[in-house]
Write a protein that binds this ligand. Structure first.
Ligand code: IPD
Ligand code: CA
Ligand code: CA
Length: 282
């Protein structure tokens, strides 16, 4: 599967270009506007393909449809027209050279393909822009509810233009969480064991089928935490920024700094809940 090595993002040898804060703000606004347009365009494509797509298995239970591919094509076309020199990383075999200095787009054209295939309306489009080792903007669009979750680094998170915040929940026993488990896992898989360990300790633990939407829901206070040990950068890039900008805590599963290029993520509504979950899941 395509990937940009972790080291290229986390420990870039490049020094960020000296950019004044007003220039950065205006660049961020441009990136967010383009990403939002692309996500909404892709949302219309996904809805249009419903009920008439062919399904293929990339590997056991790992599905892809023409809708995933059409969505990615439309997103890339829209962004490339405005940013021809940027890099692109997307789930459906999309990898142009990463561009550290100018930045790269990280795209999941349909997060929740299994849900989409079954007509379960919990899926979304996820687009993030990553430059000089930092996530700059993130967009998650749910075409079923017409909900667009966005964030700009250092400038907060929104849902359809209104600011959002995490729930702030700190009590494990009152928390509702979601977990993404590996596709078609063996019952002995460590992430299944962690899931079972969590069940009696939290108020509710769910598995929903869309990691990106789960992160958007942590950010907007609808759920209190989300974790996974098996995700790709396109599943989590936009959501990690949206949770952070909504006041949440995003780490890896052991409480260290999150790296979107490493499959280990824990997002929580508060630092206390995050710490409790790190201990519980260890
Ligand atoms: C999947 C979803 C799911 C997660 C899987 C991902 P896809 O993405 O995010 O929640 O558990 O690991 O692959 O394939 O629907 O884009
Ligand atoms: Ca995905
Ligand atoms: Ca996908």
């Amino acid at each position: 599967m395509n990937n940009i090595p972790a080291s290229s993002a986390a420990a870039s040898p490049l020094t960020p270009a000296a950019t004044s804060s007003s220039t950065l703000c205006s660049e961020q606004d441009t990136w967010l506007k383009a990403a939002t347009e692309a996500a909404k365009l892709a949302g219309r494509i996904l809805q249009d393909w419903r009920g008439r797509f062919q399904v293929r298995e990339k590997s056991r239970a790992n599905l892809v449809t023409e809708a995933d591919e059409a969505s990615q094509r439309a997103i890339v076309e829209h962004l490339q027209a405005q940013f021809p020199d940027h890099g692109f990383l997307g789930e459906e075999a999309l990898l142009t050279p990463d561009h550290q200095q100018l930045g790269s787009w990280i795209i999941d054209p349909l997060d929740g393909t299994s849900n989409y295939v079954h007509g379960f309306p919990y899926y979304c489009i996820s687009i993030a822009f990553h430059r000089q080792g930092q996530l700059q903007v993130g967009v998650i669009f749910d075409p079923n509810r017409d909900e667009c979750f966005t964030a700009i680094k250092g400038r907060g998170a929104s849902l359809n233009g209104s600011p959002i915040q995490t729930s702030g929940e700190s009590d494990l026993g009152k928390a509702m969480a979601m977990a993404s488990l590996p596709i078609a896992p063996d019952p002995a898989h460590p992430m299944i064991q962690k899931f079972l360990k969590a069940l009696p300790r939290l108020q509710t633990v769910q598995r929903s089928g869309s990691a990106a939407l789960n992160l958007a829901y942590v950010a907007s206070g609808r759920i209190d935490a989300f974790w996974s040990g098996s995700l790709h950068p396109w599943d989590v890039a936009a959501g990690a920024l949206i949770v952070q900008e909504a006041g949440g805590t995003v780490t890896n599963l052991t409480g260290g700094p999150n790296d979107i290029f490493v499959p280990s993520l824990l997002a929580a509504s508060s630092p206390q809940l995050s710490q409790e979950l790190v201990t519980l899941l260890s």
